[in-house]
Design a protein around this ligand. Sequence first.
Ligand code: HSE
Length: 437
Amino acid sequence: MIMSNAKSSLKIAIAGLGVVGAEVARQVINRSDQLCLAAGVKIQLAAVSARNRSMDRGINLDDIDWHDDAAKLAECDEVDVIVEMIGGSEGVALELVRAALASGKHVVTANKAMIAHHGLELAQLAETNRVNLLFEAAVAGGIPAVKTLREGLSGNDITRVAGILNGTCNFILSTMETTGCDFDEALADAQRLGYAEAEPSFDVDGIDAAHKLTILAAIAFGHQPDFNAVSIQGIRDVSSVDFAYANQLGFRIKLVGVAEPGLMPRMQTCLLPLGSQLAKVNGVLNAVEFHGEPVGSILAVGPGAGGGATSSAVLSDLIDIAVGRGGFPFGQPINTLLDTSAIKNGAWPDNPFYVRLMVVDQPGVLATLTGILNKYAISVEGLLQQGRAPGNAVALVMTTHEAAEINLNRALNEIENLAIVRAKPVAMPILNLDLNK
Ligand code: HSE
């Protein structure tokens, strides 16, 4: 895992010169002396692969070895590190990384999908070939979340990792809350500003954030990275009216990933108390909250995407390789990582819920509803009904005491079928992450 000290430079090849790849190249070229001080050797850009050779990227790449086929970079004898910036869990990126590790090259990647799906196999390859596989840039962009767990907090018993891991979703939710606009409008804004892709499902369905949570959970709790062992819910179903109700009740709606020992990590749209640390992280920012013993609680907030933030993470991985502190990809040897069968079967503890029903405004409705909730052992904590529309639908918003999700779902299924209920019930968990950890 440690580079030969005899080398006077660390030669890198960048596969993919998009926003992040080009910024890494720019930093390596323009800040060569400063990076050399941190790395102890010169980090030298030796080769690149990108589809468009003629694009003006604001850097002079004339003397750099160009390859049209990114996979061929793995065959460049003089290259020490492949910097994979292509993306996608399969295809060229995976082919290149497999070949690079197998041929004894270190790999630095920002590819969360690939690490979430193939991290175990790739880490095994890295270990077998005694090279580094580093992916700080894959989680929360500029926030050093991977290193915080692998290094800064390595002496702790980690009890929870929770985070806002997708800037696009955080931007959309914040925009819906502050402007009152609906999901489609906020998404269009995110697309116009370049945060969301034209095809936004990876972001808004929680998949991108779940890739990152998969990686953090594996490192935090010493189990194999397993994307299929994460429960995922996105933000598409949130309605703008829920932000105002949540606010009146003292909460804010966020997409939050939570991982705890022995439990299936979950990515969910939930309510957080307005005063909690993560609730205050708005707009396109990311945040990760680490809880552990003996450290207590730590919050890291920062940009989760973009050339500057993500290249910062890539550069720190390159420096780690140069100085020989790459370590095991998931913080411990592969054969010590637990498999995920136990967490797949673990049930989450009960938690309170926010529930919104659209019901006909008429006497007796509340009695009918509480009767059904009572049948499933759901205890109502608070209730909010505003407006008056006799005979028409009004919103009835309630918070529950701690309840089992399965019971709540059964109750809501029954409630949905009542003639007095005019829309599909909305329910979101209320998480109080500042307590008990
Ligand atoms: N699209 C992601 C986000 C960044 O919006 O946070 C890359 O994972």
